[in-house]
Design a protein around this ligand. Structure first.
Ligand SMILES: Cc1ncc(COP(=O)(O)O)c(C=O)c1O
Length: 384
């Protein structure tokens, strides 16, 4: 039977890269040695102590049942201890922390919890796509805030603001630009949100992947908890993208609103996984430091190799992404297609993250240093 997709689905921006995808698939199918620097999916396994904790938890039959709603107290308490240790912030595990099935679903669902049709949502661009799709699915209106190098990849929020604005997304450390925001900028943003009665949603998925100062937490700031909610993930910190766990934390009314949406949509995350994740948070500081140092080396290798061949790469202060200018006069799609075809290296065109991403390509440092070096050698040949 022929059917039409919902107007919601039809209103999302068209997918731009089917041609590139076809080329990628053809290379894989032809058995080419493709180096994939396209996806932000860590190449290393989840640390052994977390896998061991999961193995043990899975044998506990009380974890085999529905977790329901706020899930395992032990997980929320471990999150609270993490905040205390990491930022000296106190959160109530009962009302200010909530487990989510990977931060993506929570980021996507959150506008449904707080926006009405016609509300505006301020979204960084280039940016992580669910800020926009979650907004569109909630019948709210996305207002894009360009991130530009000359502004340190920080949005001009006042310029984008309208009196319809209900929700403001920030994401530092930032995907795709690798930028960080200073404590002062974050405090100014909290002040702006309070002044205009906007909800401030901070996506902190990369808060443990930094190479300079550790990123600021919203709840270290004056008024942060009055207007704010943070979304965290274990995916990148502990190489756990496939496990699907994270949390939301902050203002208790915002947490309760998210919980109300989620109780209609899912029945919580597997409790054995929550238990193993509590162990990860309690015992993982050394491991996440090692992971951070591994990405730092990869970053330095990539940047040095690119600079040698005249690509204006700069060391990003955080995340495992390198947001790098394409050669002058080229479009990002044309450049990444050239890398794909001539070097068999997969990267992402900046335009894929929004119009202000034109002129850049994103490299995910999710291959070993050796493979990154090889990718750089191939890129050097391809552009020579
Ligand atoms: C900025 C940002 N936020 C959130 C996520 C979602 O991570 P997860 O759903 O694995 O927790 C990602 C994943 O790539 C991301 O880049």
């Amino acid at each position: 039977m022929p059917f039409a997709r919902s107007l919601r689905l039809q209103s999302l921006p068209p997918y731009l890269f089917s041609e590139i995808d076809k080329k990628k698939k053809a290379l894989f199918a032809a058995g080419k040695d493709v180096i994939n620097l396209g996806v932000g999916d860590p190449d290393q396994p989840t640390p052994k102590f977390i896998r061991d904790a999961m193995r043990e938890a899975i044998d506990n039959p009380t974890f085999h049942r529905y977790p329901l709603d706020e899930g395992l107290l032990e997980f929320r308490e471990a999150v609270a201890r993490y905040y205390k240790r990491r930022w000296n912030v106190t959160l109530d595990p009962a009302t200010e922390i909530y487990p989510v099935i990977g931060s993506k679903e929570a980021v996507f669902h959150f506008p449904l919890a707080v926006c009405n049709p016609g509300d505006a949502v301020l979204i960084p661009e280039p940016g992580y796509p669910p800020y926009r799709s979650g907004t569109v699915f909630a019948d709210a209106t996305p207002i894009l805030m360009p991130l530009r190098k000359e502004n340190g990849f920080l949005p001009d929020i006042a310029a984008a603001h309208t009196n319809k604005a209900k929700l403001l997304w920030v994401n530092y450390p930032n995907n795709p630009t690798g930028a960080v925001a200073s404590k002062k900028w974050m405090q100014d943003t909290v002040n702006f949100a309070l002044k205009h009665g906007i909800i401030l949603a901070s996506d902190s998925a990369y808060c443990e992947t930094y190479y300079e100062e550790p990123p600021t937490c919203l709840f270290q700031l004056d008024g942060g908890k009055e207007c704010g909610i943070e979304f965290h993930s274990l995916s990148k910190t502990f190489n756990m993208t496939g496990w699907r766990i994270g949390w939301a934390a902050g203002n208790r009314d915002l947490i309760a609103a998210l919980a109300a949406i989620k109780s209609n949509a899912d029945s919580g995350q597997f409790m054995a996984l929550q238990k193993a994740s509590a162990v990860a948070l309690d015992q993982g500081d050394e491991e996440s430091k090692k992971i951070r140092e591994m990405y730092r080396k990869r970053r330095d290798t990539f940047v040095a190799a690119m600079q040698k061949v005249g690509i204006a790469a700069e060391k990003m202060p955080a995340t495992f992404y390198q947001w790098t200018p394409v050669p002058k006069g080229m479009k990002s799609v044309d450049f990444i297609t050239l890398l794909l075809e001539k070097a068999n290296v997969v990267t992402t065109p900046g335009i894929g993250f929004g119009p202000s991403g034109e002129g850049y390509f994103r490299v995910a440092l999710t291959q070993t240093e050796e493979r990154i070096r090889e990718a750089c050698e191939r890129i050097a040949k391809a552009i020579s």
